[in-house]
Design a protein around this ligand. Structure first.
Ligand code: IPD
Ligand code: CA
Ligand code: CA
Length: 261
């Protein structure tokens, strides 16, 4: 089974399940996991469709989805899926969300797709095969200094240490005269935007594998770098992320690394 065949199924799952997202957008029935962590009918139906498309094509693969959990603990041939990344935006009618589908072999993302249905922007990457937006090659930005960088970030649903450390890191970035900070609310899309050069970097101290499995491959294949929140090599279960265009990497890691604080 080759990565090109896997990519075709990943794209099909991203495009078809996104029809469910656009169908419910503006009229999402919300369930609160907590007051910050929401789930909608769209998350659930979209994940179900993605799972069906993938497992009918590859019945012996494993599946890890945000809403349905893991079919096994194996990472030998594993699909890692967020059917709707940016649920808070979605539930509030804010037009910034995506889905994220990655195929992981032996713990390493091999194929990644992030789709933004409202802009009709489909990002994909294959390990050692480059990164693309609507099938055109993309590259990280050329900026070499933080003062010419826009960094995006995110806050997990935590209101304690995670929140205060994120705010402290933002403060340090501003002290360093960063050009801008953004919090747009879909980590998968934030990473896709690092890959295509709209953002120079991204960091978030707590994430789940489905938030970054596809996006981290996009960034790497577009020429950027991804590490965990301490600046160490990123793994599927790292649970955090600092990503950049590579050129600002040491300066960004120096200011935002969790264990410097
Ligand atoms: C969330 C988004 C958000 C990030 C959160 C994630 P969800 O995913 O990616 O940008 O800050 O940490 O949990 O809940 O919308 O799938
Ligand atoms: Ca998510
Ligand atoms: Ca989600």
């Amino acid at each position: 089974m080759n990565n090109a065949a896997i990519l075709e199924i990943a794209k099909e799952a991203a495009l078809r399940s996104a029809e469910i997202l656009t169908h419910y957008f503006g009229n999402a029935g919300i369930t609160e996991k907590s007051t910050q962590d929401l789930v909608t009918q769209a998350d659930i139906e979209a994940e179900e469709l993605i799972r069906q498309i993938i497992l009918s094509a590859f019945p012996d693969h494993d599946f890890l989805g945000e809403e349905s959990g893991a079919s096994s603990s194996s990472q030998t041939a594993l699909w890692v899926v967020d059917p709707l990344d940016g649920t808070n935006n979605y539930a509030h009618g804010i037009p910034q969300f995506s889905n994220s589908i990655a195929f992981v072999r032996d713990g390493v993302p091999e194929v990644g797709v992030v789709y933004d249905p409202l802009r009709n922007e489909l990002f994909h990457a294959i390990r050692n095969g480059g990164a693309f937006l609507n099938d055109r090659p993309i590259h990280v930005s050329a900026a070499t200094e933080l003062k010419r960088s826009i960094i995006s970030t995110g806050f997990y649903y935590d209101r304690g240490e995670m929140m205060s450390r994120t705010l402290a890191a933002i403060h340090r970035l501003f002290e360093d005269n960063i050009r801008g900070i953004r919090r747009f609310g879909s980590a998968a899309l934030d990473l896709a935007w690092v890959a295509c050069g709209r953002f120079e970097g991204f960091f978030e101290y707590q994430l789940s594998p489905w938030d970054y499995a596809a996006g981290s491959l996009l960034v790497q294949e577009a020429g950027g770098q991804c590490v965990d929140r301490n600046g160490r090599p990123l793994e599927l279960n790292s649970g955090s992320m600092i990503a950049s265009n590579g050129k600002i990497h040491p300066s960004l890691v120096n200011l935002v690394a969790w264990d410097r604080q």
